[in-house]
Write a protein that binds this ligand. Structure first.
Ligand SMILES: CC(C)(COP(=O)(O)OP(=O)(O)OC[C@H]1O[C@@H](n2cnc3c(N)ncnc32)[C@H](O)[C@@H]1OP(=O)(O)O)[C@@H](O)C(=O)NCCC(=O)NCCS
Length: 132
């Protein structure tokens, strides 16, 4: 039985353990307390999935609640993947800001995931890296 919450921000240690439990851990600055802490503190829409006291999934977004929700991280503990948790985290993210479209950058491991659950590819997306 998985519980979903949108009213809590996991602490650094709890969030780090989740990210480290799947391939996203290697793609985010989870060892940098200041940076990882900022990612958790300044996200304004966080949906989490819990198995009892264990954090097993997160959708971490920045939303304006009117037009756009940027889904910055979607992570499910490897032992809990392919049980519908990722899809449910996204559904709840969408419910929290129903007028906003969700945009994201797929990690290489998830490029086939998003089209599978209904996302469409946008060929006009652009990035400006922080050191550009
Ligand atoms: C990508 C991820 C979030 C998916 O979460 P999940 O809870 O395992 O996915 P779900 O169980 O909701 O899957 C929903 C559907 O997508 C399919 N699916 C799951 N992972 C997939 C993948 N990597 N590629 C293609 N399809 C995938 C499932 O089989 C399921 O299909 P079905 O509805 O036809 O049975 C999870 O694998 C993960 O955390 N990966 C590591 C971190 C990562 O890459 N995150 C994405 C960053 S952008």
């Amino acid at each position: 039985m998985i519980d979903y919450r949108d009213d809590c921000v996991p602490d650094l240690v709890t969030a780090r353990a989740l990210y480290a439990s799947c391939s996203l851990g290697a793609r985010r600055p989870i060892g940098d307390d200041a940076r990882f802490g900022a990612m958790l503190t300044h996200a304004n829409l966080i949906v989490t999935a819990w198995d009892g006291a264990q954090l097993v999934g997160i959708a971490r977004s920045v939303s304006d609640f009117g037009f756009t929700t940027y889904l910055a991280d979607l992570a499910v503990n490897e032992a809990y993947q392919r049980r519908g948790i990722g899809r449910e985290l996204i559904r709840r993210t969408q419910l929290a800001a129903p007028q906003a479209k969700i945009v994201l950058l797929a990690a290489p491991a998830a490029v086939d995931y998003y089209p599978h659950i209904g996302f469409r590819h946008h060929p006009q997306a652009w990035l400006l890296d922080p050191d550009a």
